[in-house]
Design a protein around this ligand. Structure first.
Ligand code: ADP
Ligand code: GLC
Length: 523
């Protein structure tokens, strides 16, 4: 029995979980999904967990009931710099903490309300797709507030045992806690855990921005925040957190190599003993083909035939020729992704001509790089009966694509964990993935051996050679023609369980370890 299963010895921590995204309030990718589901799983393990995000207007709109519970004054001098108010207006600038709950749970959510979050657009980009020019200040403020709450310096009557940050937007928290240790009893400071969802985004800003934020100058050195004459938020999380984890075991290893470490592989190798990998889970209620209200017809392993009705609904949505019982069936490939280099969209484009010679249809939902979007669009104009594309973000359609596709394309160049292949497995939609990160950790290739043993769940290809993707799709089309093999694949996939429960227990162990490590370091 795992520790967390025994109520009498389950530790109970006060956890402040800090993120820039939180489904259903704000989501641009998997970070939103994780923030919306891991805290719920930790709550069900009896943890006192609070989630902290900025009060983006779009998030406020989605919160049913929300109330102010505290205000926090910003320092007149020192970090996080002058946040747009000068003291000559005669008023100390302050943020308001608004409280709501994660829908369908008792998890408390605190949103930080302040002028710099109060604008339309996304969490990182404006309406035209350009980065907000003050993202350093936006997230520095979030980090400052996190530390104030975690240290119990607010009227919230709560302090944290653990501060759990996610990705670069929270990377300064551990650096600030480190500075706090110099000011007061180090044992009174919470331990920190930092989760790497994507090393490709490191929050790099200039020396003048460092100065404008009024970060403590002692942090400006190669061993701490400085990064090639700039500074990096991410580096702060990696250097100062008591424990660091990546979102899959394979990615935790990959980031210690030059190719995936983006200049920080050496640091990660150095901190190897404090670095681990914990695979993401999925929200089994939100992504359940038997109950999903966003799909055309619910189904389970027992009623797997009904999946076909979702395929027809999906073809109708995309105006692709319909599959009819009297027609030869055609393999429908789905894809939902941020259309960026990471996701291997260019590999797909390179191989499109050859892939479209196979008996396949392709339905894509995504947005991102304008060039990639327009190159995909051109293929859909040239071959409208085979490939269709919807540019934009559409939560409901993403569920229908998972339910209605036969197979799911995920040719990522790198993938820290990936959630879509996990949703695909649950929906009996066979993932076609590259052998990297969390994809390698969650999909079992349909080799002859695995087919014979009846353990295969998907198709894996190696290297980013273009022809390898073609070969993978070709193999999928061949397997699809053998209805017995295909049905076994679907059933095996649907039997996989990637719930949060197991992973949440691993996070709990990580918290325990972080507290121990911090104690040992503080002595
Ligand atoms: P990443 O976080 O790198 O984008 P993941 O596979 O971890 O990749 O998670 C992506 C999440 O974002 C999934 O829930 C996916 O369905 C969703 N998603 C991505 N693009 C879109 C889109 N255009 N419309 C709706 N959902 C999307
Ligand atoms: C990142 C990664 C993705 C991962 C997600 C949630 O956005 O790109 O692979 O699944 O975070 O951890």
């Amino acid at each position: 029995m795992a520790i967390a299963d025994k109520p009498e010895c389950t530790p109970r921590y006060k956890v402040l979980f800090v993120s820039s995204e939180l489904y259903p309030f704000v989501k641009t990718g998997g970070l939103g999904d994780v923030s919306g589901s891991l805290p719920k799983a930790l709550k069900s393990l009896r943890q006192d967990i609070r989630v902290l995000i900025p009060a983006y207007p779009s998030a406020l709109e989605k919160a049913k009931t929300i109330k102010p519970v505290a205000t926090i004054n910003l320092p007149e001098e020192g970090f996080p710099g002058n946040m747009g108010f000068s003291s000559d207006i005669g008023q100390i600038p302050y943020v308001t903490i608004l409280e709501t709950k994660l829908p369908g749970s008792h998890v408390k959510v605190w949103m930080v309300e302040f002028t710099i979050y109060n604008r339309s657009g996304g969490p990182y980009l404006d309406d035209s797709g350009n980065e907000w020019i003050d993202n350093d200040r936006r997230f520095a403020l979030l980090n400052y507030v996190a530390v104030e709450i975690a240290m119990g310096h607010t009227s919230l009557d709560w302090h944290a045992d653990i501060v759990h940050g996610n990705d670069w937007q929270t990377g300064l928290i551990a650096a600030l806690l480190h500075l706090e240790k110099k000011k007061r009893n180090a044992f009174s400071i919470p331990a920190s855990v930092f989760t790497i969802h994507n090393m490709a985004h490191m929050g790099i800003y200039s020396k003048s921005q460092f100065e404008a934020l009024q970060l403590n100058p002692s942090l400006w050195n190669h061993h701490e925040l400085e990064f090639h004459d700039n500074f990096s938020f991410m580096k702060g999380g990696l250097v100062f957190s008591d424990r660091v984890n990546a979102v899959s075991p394979t990615y935790a290893k990959e980031i210690q190599t030059e190719e995936f470490g983006y200049g920080l592989a050496g640091l990660l190798k150095f901190r190897n003993e404090r670095l681990s990998g914990i695979l993401n889970g999925i929200d089994m209620q939100e992504w359940d083909p038997a109950k999903d209200p966003m799909i055309h017809k619910n189904y389970s392993i027992k009623t797997i035939k009904n999946k076909q009705l979702n395929k027809i609904a999906l073809q109708k949505h995309f105006k692709l020729p319909l599959t009819r019982p009297d027609h030869k069936d055609i393999l429908l490939l789905g894809m939902v992704a941020r259309l960026v280099y990471q996701k291997g969209v260019d590999l797909l484009l390179e191989q499109m001509e050859a892939i479209l010679e196979l008996p396949v249809q392709i339905a894509i939902l995504g947005s991102g790089d304008a060039k990639l979007e327009s190159r995909l669009k051109q293929w859909s104009i040239k071959y409208p009966k085979q490939i269709q594309l919807q540019i934009g973000y559409d939560e409901e359609l993403s569920h229908l694509i998972e339910a209605g596709s036969d197979a799911f394309l995920m040719p990522s160049r790198f993938e820290p964990c990936g959630l879509n292949q996990l949703y695909s497995l649950r929906y009996g939609t066979i993932p076609i993935v590259r052998d990297t990160g969390g994809l390698a950790d969650t999909v079992i290739h349909a080799s002859k051996e695995h087919i014979t043993l009846n353990t295969a769940t998907g198709i894996i290809f190696h290297e980013t050679h273009h022809s390898n993707l073609f070969d993978a799709v070709n193999l999928t089309a061949t397997l699809y023609r053998d209805k017995t093999v295909w049905k076994n694949l679907m059933v095996n996939a649907m039997k996989q369980v990637f719930s949060w429960r197991e992973s949440a227990k691993q996070y709990l162990d990580l918290y325990t370890q972080a507290i121990k490590d911090k104690k040992a370091d503080d002595y």
